[in-house]
Design a protein around this ligand. Sequence first.
Ligand code: G3P
Ligand code: MG
Length: 241
Amino acid sequence: MSFLDPVLVIGHRGAAGLVPENTLPSFQRAFECAVGAIELDVYAIEGELLVIHDDTLERTTNGSGPLSAQPLAALRRLDAGGGWPIPLLGEVAAILPAGVGLNIELKGPDTAGPVADFLARTPVADVLVSSFEHVELRRFHALAPAVRVAPLFDRWTDRAWTIAEELGAFAINLSRRIATRERLARARELGLRTYVYTVNEPAEARTLIGNGATGIFTDFPDRITAARLDPIGADAPAAGR
Ligand code: G3P
Ligand code: MG
């Protein structure tokens, strides 16, 4: 599987609906569900890339307060679910099976440089770097122009097309609330892939794919990989970007 496939099921934070999100067992569970790719969120702390969604610790760990207020060693001793620590990006990359894509979402400030450095020294065959922070994503693109990027959009703006063009984006990643048939079609015309988050019901996944989306982020990869998702096919964006 690959980000170039006509339809890609992406395990959101691993398999966040099944196993504590952004932990190694969550990613392992997503692989067992035969996802085409996994998504994870990263912050840079003391030069290391930590895989965690929030900038505070309460929701997903037994710690509290801002992530940035604690030294890396203390963060790594926390329980992020099931006794597992907050993983490093390198630890997730090390268990990534051949043929499974990796979507790295830049969450924290100053993640562009560390992620570019990481990818320069760690071979990941099929990678997509995304962010809601388009300025940070532009910095990343300047540092690693060969790596595919995708701006994320939670609310629609007609500037999305310009933002994507300026970034040389491979895809735009859209909230399910704004992934209309018209926008999915326009993206297709522009040669952009579209990955839609977070879709947990097979019927909605089928509708989105039928409307032209090229991928789905899901917390429940067991349900979605089992669903029949037929790409609209012949006019899928051309491979090779
Ligand atoms: O990248 C898709 C999705 O993860 C974006 O939203 O808040 O779950 O990181 P969030
Ligand atoms: Mg994310």
